[in-house]
Each structure stands twice: as C-alpha cells, then as structure tokens.
Design a protein around this ligand. Sequence first.
Ligand code: CLR
Length: 368
Amino acid sequence: MTFLRSLATSKGDLSSITAPPFILSGTSLVEYSKFWAELPDLFVAPTMILDKEERALAVLKWFIATLKGQYTSRNEALGSEKKPLNPFLGEVFLGQWETETEGPTTLVSEQVSHHPPVTAYAIYNDVYGIELQGYNGQKATFATTTLNVRQVGHAVLYIKKFDEYYYITLPTLHIEGLFYGAPYVELEQKTLIQSSSGYWASIEYSGKGYFSGKKNTFKAKFYAPDEDSPLYTISGQWSGKSTIMNQAKKSESLFYDASEHNIVPLIVKPIEQQAEYESRRAWEKVAAAVQVMDYDTIHVEKSKIENQQRELRKKEREDGVEWQRRYFELIEDEGPLREVAELAGVEPDENVWRFKRQVFEESPDSKM
Ligand code: CLR
C-alpha cells in the first residue's frame, strides 16, 4: 500500500518512486538501449534487400521482434517487471554483439539528462552499413492501480547503401499487476515507422481482451507511398506469433515467430576494465546489494552516487559551466530526420541527440 501511495504521488518522474526491495533491479535504465539489437541478424537484414517494399517490411519485422526483449525480458528473467536503477548524468553503457555472419554490432548508450531523465544511444554495424540512433525519456501518470508511461523521443534507423531513413516513434505503455506485487508491461496506442522511401507502417497495440484473448497483441498496417489502403496487414502477438495478410491476394502467411529466435547476448567489458562512469562498474555495489536484498546497503551505496552527483552539479554551477556529454551532442534537427518526421505527420523535434562517433572511436572506451 505504501508503494501504491508513493506511485500516486510520484508526479510524472519515475525516478522518485520508492519501490519495495523485491521490485528493485540492479540494472540501470541506461542498459535498456540494448533491446534494440539483441537479434543482430534481423537488425542487419534490411541492408541486403534491394526491393524498397520488401526492405521496409524487413524493418517492420525487426521492430516487432525487438518488442519481446524490450518489454517482457525482465518478467522472463526475474519473474516480474522491476524498477531499474536511475542513471546518473554521464553514465555510459557500452557493449558489442559478435556473431559469425553479422560481425560486430556496437552499442553506445549514455545518460544525457538527469532531470528529466533522457538516455541517448547509437547502435551500428559497419559490415552491413546500418545504424540506429535514438533517445528516450518517460512521463508517468498513475491511475488507481495502473502506472501509465508515455515515452518521449524516437529512434532513427539509417541504411547506408540506400541512403534511407526510418523514423520510429515509441509506444505508450502501462504497468499492470501492481496491486499484486507482480508488475508487468502492456503496450497501448500506436507506433509509426516512416521510411524516407515513402513506405510506412502503423502498429496498434492492445492487451488481453481488446483484439483477442491473448496478451501483447498488435495489428499493423503497411502502406505504399501515397496509398490510402494498406498493402499488408499484420496481426498477432509481438511476444509470440504474428501473421501477414496480403490485402490484394487475401493470402495469409507467418510473419514472425518469437519462439524461433534466440537473443544474442551482448558482450560487455569486465568491470575491472571499465571506466568509473560505466554503468556496471558505477553501480556494482548497489547491484550486489540488490541481489541479496540488503536494503540498508542499497540505500548507503545509492546515496554515495547521488551525493557525488550533487557535488558535481554544485561545482558546475559555481564555475558557470555545463556538464559535457561524452558521446552525444544536442543539435538542431534540420536534416533528413525532419523531413521523415514530417512525412509521418509527426511533430519533428526541435533538437535531437546525435552520436559523436569520431569522439567515441578515438577514446579508449571504444576498445573492447
Ligand atoms: C525504457 C526504454 C526501453 C523500453 C522500456 C522498457 C520498460 C520500461 C522502460 C523503457 C522505462 C522504465 C519502466 C520500464 C518498465 C518499468 C519501468 C517504465 C520505456 C518503471 C520505471 C518501473 C516502475 C516501478 C514498477 C515496477 C512499479 O527501450
């Protein structure tokens, strides 16, 4: 009850929620960017498809495939959704996927704002020439026993060979099961994937009951440029199976089956080799305390980090300087992204976080 009450008064800022120990996770939110590319084969697949329409469908498939990791992996690994650690400004999470066919895929994720919390990330594979950049924050509201979370930000996928962009908006979600102490995520509303080629898709989410008796359901419509009726509709469970229907031929076939794909674990440097601002090193003691549910130590170790951060901010104020982000910079969005957002009918962001790839590559952090 105390927990539910704390949710009711959290006023949009998720970091202010005090969750009971069994709901705490030892993983920082800065790590969550990894869920975009745990299936490297699907991530690079669009780069090998010459046909625009087929390529846009492959992007849609990759996107649907990421949802299971993004929104159900804590339940599967830990038994319920958990409250991630609240990243500090400048916290960095780095890693690489290494597979025989895809080669290395690199992840750089950084906490670029603390109030409000914003995480920026870049994920790229140079063998295939594909890159995802994005950033996100969350705005929460609480209604009776449900926590509603609106995501702020977007992701942009770029395919070098075709000089093609995909602008991806993020789903709204809510947390159910809070009253029973077994929280889990359900997606709602819509997301949009708009390609600079003109192809686009809208994905509508629903939980158990609305579209079917199954949880995690979605219905997607896939459109050719300037067409009013969809070429394809796709429906099913994003955490399970979905089918695609060719609207002209009225023929149906399997679109994606999550049970046939295993995630590729991200390789992260051993903690001893990490810089002090790297997530797992910075939170090591907190994470260990979370493991054994030692609430006092969690509190003590968290406070150390928070106080250190307060000191840093104070020093910056005194010196009249602003914290320098390591690998991302806030730039005015005037380029192709703006055009794609406009194509999608989405209000383009004034400023976007852009990855400073060269700075990263020249830093020791990039050596795995
Ligand atoms: C972060 C960005 C990822 C997708 C994603 C998945 C799960 C979301 C998380 C985002 C933000 C934080 C989140 C989490 C589920 C639960 C957690 C909303 C959007 C909140 C802070 C937990 C509150 C405590 C509950 C367990 C009650 O790409």
